[in-house]
Every structure is written in structure tokens, then in C-alpha cells.
Design a protein around this ligand. Structure first.
Ligand code: PMP
Length: 943
């Protein structure tokens, strides 16, 4: 097609001013002239703005785009292309006057698919918008106010008069939206966070990439400083169009945004109103334009989706939708519920019994709150009280009668200062009350039905509380979908708040895996991850097996915490028996904790016979650090590269595995990192082992020299007896002996971290440090001690313990409580009685040999190593380069076959095996086959 004169003129501008040569085509545009310039190697949009366009506004757009271009966003945004003279905007003469010209990079893709309800895509869009806004937070520009922009969400008052030009069908609705906004929402906007936002993320301005995900945002012509929530509201106004359930689309979009850029509760409270305002603005503006150019039918056609969305969103209950939004984002659904519960629980009011205790009956007719409705997926959000027919029913609190029905009454209780509470009662014959009557607590309301329960020994009075004025006010809302129980129990709280009956455990919502994942993303920090691409939903453990909610069994080869087997009956019984009698702290004389201390320290060589009981491995290492510092009077600590010693601040500082990896702040002052003696992949791996040991010991000597050169002395040398997170590393023979000697000579306290490997796991010895032929000054213990119960310990010498007793008392509230002590004793008993250390030795050998055999001829398996039931399989490419992706695939392929392993190591290329110690011979034989099969699949898939 030949170019138009306009296109030829534009081509001339592009070439002369911007140095852009290529095919030029006119694009759509509301007020500006836009041309796509396509050359051999790039595509650029040439924009010729309306004559008289405020140049400051164009500069605002360019500055925003330049900022976004440097923000590292996952989506693309247009980048301004300067003229040959280095200007971002330049004036060009045009037929209608002088037009400001700009050039922007073109973003390839397709527009947002209107009508999509795909939750993943909506989350994705929400998250990308959230990231965009984060990148613009804190940005300022003199033109950011955009006072003349009628589309500005804060310009509603300017647009409201156009509602009168809207056709009859929607005029009242549009008027109402502007009116409600002006009276109840607009004043609240001033208190919300404000910033510069894109402000027009309609379907044309969202670009999807070839893989169907959100890939770009374009057209920043409406960029303005407004309440931040307007960004999401505008995008939602378009994203909900043509969708069957616009409310759900809004929730999905907001969920995605909140993940990337957390919203405040006050912003959520205005979201629906602002979505409706944007839709009403669009309708009013187009009516106004149509009135001025009636020939332009396009103005009306493009309005269909907008009109329909406004009608549908206006038909939804705004209060409930607000609750749904809150619930989805992790806030409690009903913002008033907490206050209502506190009103009743704190004793501020003292409810009178609804029915006298003598008139209450037990049995099946007494129905709990949350009971499932048979044959449906619904649960009841009221409580059914079984009572003697004809029993008197009294007002539990002062209140006003809001309605009376055939078989019940609804009261509204409102204390002077307290929240409002609806109390709906049914199943009674009401005694002469009318709406508007005031009752006092204890007044007779009626009598339990004498007819309804004919044939039954009991009548049932149903009670429902409502903590959200305006919902369920007139009568009982008896059942709700179980999947929405979080929402509804916040609206209709448990009536036991009023009744105070002892009740069995409340029903909890039965959650789908998707719901669990969502809740984890809102009510937990996403810093806490999940294992496996398809996370396992396990509900039971038995010995070395885990069982998921569908009854599928897995051999658990990861969990060294369930040391003597998941749910070992002797351990469970010990916890149960002690919990039934007493659980308190260690400041009393109690036989269990002393017995445990004795039994624990007799497992150690002399002179390690003083113990401290704590709750976690991290706490144990933190205490070990304090002991070492108290004993030496020094602060500096040596650790091995890739070590992990725990999640406390003090331990992150000792863990290169954390401080040197994603999110870490680097090596802290006072921490000295010694080279890891990794005989498979370490720097010296080509040397004979004895030379490697000598070489790696030099690294310890060098770090000690460094401390000395700084004018200080070391407090401690922390070593995992076998390194776990660092890649299942067995320290070579002679390493611990030589390095502990060096550290000891320099005055350091040696600390063996046995949190992963202790208590018989290595098979040949009870403790990992014994493999190295050393006796550390301090040993820290954790994971296996309590078989899943939080029990950890520090064992040290009397001399070091003496240095620590310096006047400052040491106390740990939970550490060593009687229940923990009994659990710890049961673990030691089972370990002994079931010969589990010997089992670790035998099964470890069987597994290691079997896995080595299965790996022969598979170059991907670089190394099979370990001691007892602490094994590692390292996956490598040529030159021992880490095969990280392959290790991940192998882990998943093993899981698909019914066994769980994990990956670890600095490069995540080591398969970790550290199962409960009760693994059987058959389990091991079966797993070797599984491993071989899974390895075959991985090799076939990726070569
Ligand atoms: N030390 C080592 C070697 C560990 O592997 C861990 C936990 N993975 C810890 C300490 C910290 O133990 P916890 O998670 O019980 O605090």
C-alpha cells in the first residue's frame, strides 16, 4: 500500500530529526498522531502531539519512562529515543500548527485479552502493576499534578456534571456513583498513599508476550500523581469487563498486586468504589463527547463492556465484596469482627444465659457451629441449642428488636461505646414483641417451639451472631459454602462467644491445596518456601514413610528430625503422659530433666559433661557462641565456607551459606571463613588426600594469622562435623585433628555442630566428630533429639560452663521442660532398644554401595559419598561443573516414583539423603531401583 502524504511527511520527520529510516505507518490515537517506523533492525513509534501540548507533561512522561527503563522490571516499557541533537522532544511544523515530536521504542506483543478470567493471568497482571508502582514510588516531577487531565481519579467533581448527558438507561446509576463517591469516598482519598502512577492500564496498554504472560505496559499519556490505589482500580475497571464473575477477577487482580506491593487496609476499602468511579467516568465522558460529535458511533460501541461492568459491579454487595477482598489478601475478612469478639470476650458485657441451664439438653439435637450440611458442600454458621420444648428464651444482652418472624426474632445490641452486634434467634414462639421494641438483658423473648420438635425429646433454638451491620440482619443465614468459611465466620462469629459452653474442637475449613498455597502467601512471609514443584500435602507419618491426604505413601529420605521414625508410639506416649501431668520450666526440682541431662552427657567422652537444654539448633549455636566468648573474652569466630549454623542473627553471621548467597549482606566483620576441605570439588581435589588436608589446614592458619594481625585473638572455631547444607561433605581424615589443634593453640574454643548428623546417624560412631578423632570443647545438638519435638542442647566442659556462670543468670523458658525431657528420654530409649545406630551403619552401607553401583556408567553422577545414613550424590557435568538443573529434575523424578529426597550444596547439585534411622533393608533396595529408574528418565529427557 502506498504511503499517505501524512505518512510521507512523518517519514521525513523521523529521518531528519531522529535519524530513523524505514517503513512508516499511521497508528490509532485519540488526540496525538502516532506512526510506527519499521527499519531493518528496530521499530520505533513516532509521536506527534497535539499542537499546544504542555511540554512539561511530556517531560514528565519521558522522565518516568527513563526511570522505569532502569528499574529492572519484568515487563518492558517504552524507552524514549533522543533526536540527533540529543533532545527527547522537539517541535515540528505540521499542517495544523507546531507539534511536539517524540520517538519511543515499540513493544511487541498482543493486547490484554478482554474477558479473561484466568486467575493466574490476573495475578500476573496484578503483580506486574504492583512492581510498576513500586518502581515509581517516591518519584516527583513539577508537572505530576496533571490538573487539566479529566481522567484523573481525583477529578471526579469535574466530570460529574457529564452524568446528565448519559442516556436514560444508565443516567441514574452513573449519577449515583458520582454522588456516593463525593460524599463518602472522596474525602478519605486524601489520607491514602499517593504517588505517580501510569493511570490508564486499559486493555490496549497492556501487552502480552508470545508465551501469553504480561510483557509490557505502554502509553504513559495519563501518568499523574494520585492515590496509588487508583492504578489498580483503573486496571481493574477494564480487566473485569466481559468476565462472568467480575468480583472474582477483581479479587485475583488485587491479590497479585498485593504480593508485589502490599496494599493498606484503607486502600482496599475504597477499591470497589474507585473501579465503579472509573467506569462511570468513562460512560460520562463518552456521553459528553458523543453529545458534541453525534456522528461518532464508535464512541458508543466501545462502551458496551464498560456499561455492562458498571451494572454488574453495582449489583454486588459492596460490603461483602470488601470482606472478600480483605480475606483474599490476608486481612481478616470483616474489619469489625475483632472488636465484636473482644466486646464479648473481655468481660465488658456479661451475657445472661439465653436458656436456663436446667432447660438445656445434650445429644445429637445440640448442633455445633460449623456443622456440615449433609449432602452439600456447605457448613452452618449458627448454633443449634437442644432445649426442653417450651423452655423460656431470654435476651442475652440489651438490645433493640429489629425484626420478628414466625419462629424467631433478631436483636441489635449496641453498647454506648462498643461495636454493633446482631443476634438472630429462631425455633421459638416469640412473646408479644415488635420491631423497634427495646429489651434488656434477661427479658423474656419467647419460648422454645413446642410444635417443631414433635416426635423429638428436644426442641432446637438456633442462634446466630452477626458482626457486620447490614448483612443477615433480618433472619438467619443458616449455611455457607465451606470453602468460604474464613469469610463467613468473620461475619457470623461463633455464638459460643455469647454462650460460653464447653464444646468439642471447632470445625476448621477443609482447605484445598490452592487455598493453602494462597494462605501461605498472605499470612506467612514468602521468604518461607516449599519443597518440590508440586508440593506434597502430607497428613501422616509412619516410621520412614509419609502419607499424603489422598493416602499416597512416600519413603521419606530427607527427615533426619524424625530420627527414630515418624510418630514413634513410645515417643508419643511419653509426651502424652507427661503433658497430662505437668509441663513447666526448669526452675523447679524435677526428676525428668535431671535424668535427661545424665543420660545425655553419658553419651559424650570426657570432659564433656555439662549440658544446657534449649529449643532449636540455632539457639544451641547461639549459646555456644556466648559460651566461647565468655570463656575466651574474645569475639572473632572462624567458620568453614558454605557452613550453615542457624536462623538467628548471630548464626546468619556465622553462615556463609546465607550471608554469601541470595539476599545475604556478605561476610560480617569478625567472621573468618576458612576454605572447605571438599575432596570432590575443592580447589585442591587433584592432590592426594593427605596433601589436601594439609593445604586446607593452611587456610585455617591464614585466618588465624588474620585475626592476630588485627590485634585480636579468636573466640571459637565452628565446624559442622559433616557439612550438610554445604553439600553433604565428609571432612577428610586428619582435617579436624590438625585444624582443631591449630585453633586450640590460638586460644579458640572448638565447637562441633552435630545438629544434622549427631546421635548415631553416621553409624560407626555416635557423633560425627568422632570420625575425626577429636573431642571438641563444645558440641551443639538439635534436630534428632526430640524426634520432632523442639528439643536441642549444648554440651560442654565444666571449665567452659564455669566461665559462663559470671553472675548473669541464664534462663530458657521452654528449654528442658518436663515434656521435652520425657520425649528426649524416650528417643534415647528407642535408639538403644531398636539398635538404630547399627541400623544406620548397615543401611547406610547398603544404600551407598547400591547407589554407587546404580551410578556406574552414568557420567552425570560425579560422586556418591557419606557416612551411615548421611549420604550425598553429587551431579556434575564435565570438569566437575555443577549439574544444578539435572539435580532438580532427578529430585522431582524420584518424588514422582514415591520417595522424597532434597537437593542442597552451594550449587544445589547434591541430592541429600538423611532419612529416619528406621529405614529397612527392603526400603533401601527399593530406593536403589527407584534412583536408577529416575536417573534413566532424567538422562533421556535432557541428554
Ligand atoms: N546447624 C546446622 C548444621 C543445621 O543444619 C541447622 C538447621 N538446618 C541448624 C544449625 C539450625 O537448627 P534449627 O533450624 O533447629 O534452628
Amino acid at each position: 500500500m502506498p504511503n499517505t502524504i501524512e505518512e510521507e511527511h512523518a517519514a521525513h520527520v523521523a529521518a531528519a530529526l531522529f535519524g530513523l529510516r524505514g517503513d512508516v505507518r499511521r497508528l490509532d490515537g485519540e488526540v496525538d498522531l502516532n506512526f510506527l517506523v519499521t527499519s531493518a533492525d528496530e521499530r520505533v513509534v513516532l509521536k506527534l502531539h497535539r499542537p499546544g501540548t504542555d511540554l512539561a507533561e511530556l517531560e514528565l512522561q519521558d522522565q518516568v519512562l527513563l526511570r522505569l527503563a532502569c528499574a529492572g522490571l519484568r515487563v518492558a516499557t517504552p524507552v524514549p529515543v533522543p533526536t540527533a541533537a540529543g533532545e527527547l522532544t522537539t517541535l515540528v511544523p505540521w499542517t495544523d500548527g507546531s507539534r511536539p515530536a517524540r520517538a519511543l521504542t515499540w513493544i511487541e506483543g498482543t493486547p490484554w485479552p478482554v474477558g479473561t478470567a484466568d486467575p493466574t493471568l490476573l495475578h500476573d497482571l496484578g503483580a506486574r502493576i504492583g512492581e510498576l508502582d513500586r518502581a515509581l514510588a517516591g518519584y516527583h516531577h513539577p508537572a505530576e499534578g496533571r490538573e487539566a487531565l479529566p481522567w484523573r481519579i481525583t477529578a471526579a467533581a469535574q466530570v460529574a456534571p457529564y452524568a446528565e448527558e448519559v442516556d436514560e438507561e444508565l443516567r441514574d446509576l452513573v449519577r449515583a456513583v458520582f454522588r456516593e463517591h463525593a460524599t463518602s469516598i472522596a474525602p478519605a482519598l486524601a489520607d491514602l498513599p499517593e504517588q505517580v502512577v501510569h493511570h490508564d492500564l486499559n486493555e490496549h496498554n497492556i501487552v502480552l508476550g508470545a508465551d501469553g504472560s504480561v510483557a509490557g505496559f505502554i502509553d504513559f499519556g495519563d501518568v499523574a500523581r494520585v492515590p496509588r490505589i487508583a492504578e489498580l482500580a483503573v486496571a481493574a475497571a477494564y480487566a473485569v469487563q466481559g468476565v462472568d464473575h467480575p468480583e472474582q477477577a477483581l479479587v485475583d487482580l488485587a491479590f497479585g498486586y498485593h504480593q508485589a506491593n502490599p496494599l493498606a487496609a484503607a486502600e482496599l476499602a475504597v477499591l470497589l468504589d474507585l473501579v465503579r468511579l472509573r467506569l462511570a467516568t468513562s460512560i460520562a465522558m463518552s456521553a459528553h463527547q458523543f453529545a458534541r460529535s453525534p456522528g461518532n458511533a464508535y464512541l458508543l460501541i466501545s462502551q458496551e463492556g464498560v456499561r455492562e461492568a458498571l451494572v454488574r459491579l453495582s449489583a454486588t454487595d459492596p460490603v461483602l465484596l470488601h470482606c472478600r477482598l480483605r480475606d483474599a489478601l490476608g486481612f481478616e475478612a470483616n474489619p469489625l469482627a475483632r472488636e465484636v469478639r473482644q466486646h464479648l470476650e473481655s468481660g465488658r458485657v456479661r451475657p445472661v444465659p439465653l436458656v436456663a441451664p436446667v432447660d438445656r439438653l445434650a445429644g445429637a439435637f445440640d448442633r455445633p457451629y460449623g456443622d456440615a450440611v449433609p449432602g452439600t458442600d456447605e457448613v452452618r454458621v449458627d448454633r443449634g441449642l437442644a432445649v426442653i420444648p417450651g423452655a423460656e428464651v431470654r435476651a442475652p444482652l440489651d438490645g433493640e428488636v429489629t425484626s420478628v418472624t414466625d419462629d424467631g426474632v433478631v436483636l441489635r445490641h449496641r453498647a454506648d461505646t462498643g461495636p454493633e452486634l446482631g443476634i438472630a434467634l429462631s425455633g421459638l414462639e416469640v412473646d408479644g414483641l415488635c420491631a423497634g421494641d427495646r429489651v434488656r438483658a434477661g427479658d423474656l423473648l419467647g419460648r422454645a417451639s413446642t410444635t417443631e420438635g414433635v416426635g423429638y425429646p428436644a426442641a432446637q433454638v438456633r442462634v446466630q451472631l452477626c458482626a457486620l451491620p447490614g448483612v443477615g440482619g433480618e433472619e438467619l443465614v443458616s449455611a455457607v459454602p465451606e470453602a468460604e468459611l474464613d469469610l463467613w465466620r468473620s461475619v457470623f462469629p461463633d455464638p459460643n462467644l455469647l454462650l460460653g459452653d464447653p464444646q468439642p474442637v471447632r470445625r476448621r475449613p477443609v482447605r484445598t491445596d490452592i487455598d493453602l498455597l494462597r494462605r501461605r502467601r498472605t499470612n506467612f512471609s514468602t521468604a518461607l518456601g516449599l519443597s518440590y514443584a508440586d508440593p506434597a500435602h502430607v497428613v501422616r507419618g509412619e516410621g520412614a514413610h509419609l502419607v499424603d491426604r489422598d493416602g499416597r505413601r512416600w519413603l521419606d529420605l530427607v527427615n533426619n528430625v524424625a530420627h527414630v521414625g515418624h510418630a514413634h508410639p513410645r515417643v508419643v506416649a511419653a509426651a502424652h503422659a507427661q503433658a497430662q501431668v505437668l509441663n513447666t520450666n526448669t526452675r523447679y526440682l524435677h526428676a525428668s530433666v535431671v535424668e535427661y541431662a545424665r543420660r545425655l552427657v553419658e553419651l559424650f567422652p570426657d570432659p564433656l559433661h555439662v549440658c544446657f537444654l534449649v529449643n532449636s539448633g540455632s539457639e544451641a549455636n547461639d549459646l555456644a557462641l556466648r559460651l566461647a566468648r565468655a570463656h575466651t573474652g574474645q569475639r572473632d569466630v572462624l567458620v568453614l565456607d558454605h557452613a550453615y549454623h542457624g536462623n538467628l542473627t548471630s548464626q546468619i553471621d556465622l553462615s556463609p551459606y546465607k550471608f554469601n548467597r541470595a539476599g545475604g549482606l556478605g561476610q560480617p566483620h569478625g567472621t573468618w571463613v576458612c576454605e572447605l576441605p571438599d575432596v570432590y570439588r575443592g580447589r585442591l581435589h587433584e592432590l592426594p588426600v593427605t596433601e589436601q588436608v594439609a593445604g586446607y589446614a593452611v587456610s585455617v592458619a591464614e585466618q588465624l594469622d588474620g585475626i592476630r594481625a588485627a590485634g585480636r585473638a579468636p573466640a571459637a572455631f565452628f565446624v559442622e562435623s559433616l557439612q550438610s547444607c554445604g553439600g553433604q561433605i565428609v571432612l577428610p581424615e586428619g582435617y579436624l585433628a590438625s585444624t582443631f589443634a591449630l585453633a586450640g593453640e590460638a586460644g579458640a574454643v572448638t565447637v562441633a555442630d552435630e545438629i544434622q548428623v549427631g546421635l548415631g546417624r553416621v553409624g560407626s560412631h555416635l557423633w560425627g566428630f568422632e570420625l575425626g578423632g577429636v573431642v571438641p570443647d563444645i558440641v551443639t545438638l538439635g534436630k534428632p533429639l526430640g524426634n520432632g519435638h523442639p528439643l536441642a542442647a549444648v554440651v560442654t566442659t565444666p571449665e567452659i560452663a564455669r566461665s559462663f556462670a559470671n553472675g548473669m543468670e541464664w534462663f530458657n523458658t521452654f528449654g528442658g521442660n518436663p515434656v521435652s525431657a520425657e520425649v528426649g528420654l524416650a528417643v534415647l530409649d528407642v535408639l538403644r532398644d531398636e539398635r538404630l545406630q547399627a541400623n544406620a551403619s548397615d543401611r547406610g552401607r547398603q544404600l551407598k554401595e547400591g547407589l554407587a553401583r546404580a551410578s556406574a556408567g552414568h557420567p552425570l553422577i560425579g560422586d556418591v559419598r557419606g557416612e551411615g545414613l548421611f549420604l550425598g550424590i553429587e551431579l556434575s557435568h564435565e570438569g566437575r561443573a555443577p549439574a544444578t538443573a539435572h539435580a532438580g529434575l532427578l529430585k522431582e523424578a524420584i518424588k514422582a516414583r514415591g520417595a522424597m529426597v532434597s537437593t542442597d550444596g552451594p550449587d544445589e547439585n547434591v541430592i541429600k539423603i538423611k532419612p529416619p534411622m528406621v529405614l529397612s533393608e527392603e526400603d533401601c533396595a527399593w530406593f536403589v531401583d527407584v534412583f536408577e529408574d529416575a536417573l534413566g528418565e532424567v538422562e533421556k529427557r535432557v541428554g
